[in-house]
Design a protein around this ligand. Structure first.
Ligand code: ECB
Length: 135
């Protein structure tokens, strides 16, 4: 099992969220708000069940899953699409593939230098986020 991702994490950097949001078809006014947010991640694990909460002053996004099990994801408050999503470990990376209307969509989390890293990708655009641990 790779280093634990569990805990509370505060955003340090957020590169190309704009490109990622455009790829998802998010409108200009929502993008302007979203770009200003300092997101927090809360990652919890109980036995084989994970919960990842993305929190902000504007909207929150919460989803839960079991490893290696495909589930229906509805990206409520984000681009509001339905995906067939599956999360697996690839080495030390927690990798999610989000099959649906948008091609080549997914994300990966990993720990590097005690920081939580996240790449969110969609149709050739990649958003890179780094978080520091706060709890
Ligand atoms: C929930 C905080 C951000 C709210 C932004 C609101 C509107 C923008 C609409 C769509 C933009 C798409 C994504 C914003 C960036 C990150 C949100 C969570 C993305 C995600 O899928 O995180 C994964 C990996 O940690 C867990 O769900």
């Amino acid at each position: 099992m790779p280093a634990s991702l569990c805990g509370t994490w505060e955003m340090l950097s957020n590169i190309n969220l704009e490109g990622y949001m455009i790829a998802l078809g998010i409108g200009l006014s929502t993008r302007k708000i979203a770009l200003r947010l300092k997101q927090r991640k809360v990652i919890e694990q109980v036995r084989d069940k994970y919960v990842i909460k993305t929190l902000s002053t504007f909207r929150n996004y919460v989803f839960s899953f079991r490893m290696d099990e495909e589930f229906d994801e509805f990206t409520k408050g984000l681009d509001e699409r339905h995906c067939k999503s599956v999360v697996t470990w690839e080495g030390n990376r927690m990798v999610c593939i989000q099959k649906g209307e948008k091609k080549n969509r997914g994300w990966a989390h990993w720990i590097e230098d005690d920081k939580l890293h996240l790449e969110l990708y969609c149709e050739g655009q990649t958003c890179k986020q780094v978080f520091k641990r706060v709890a």
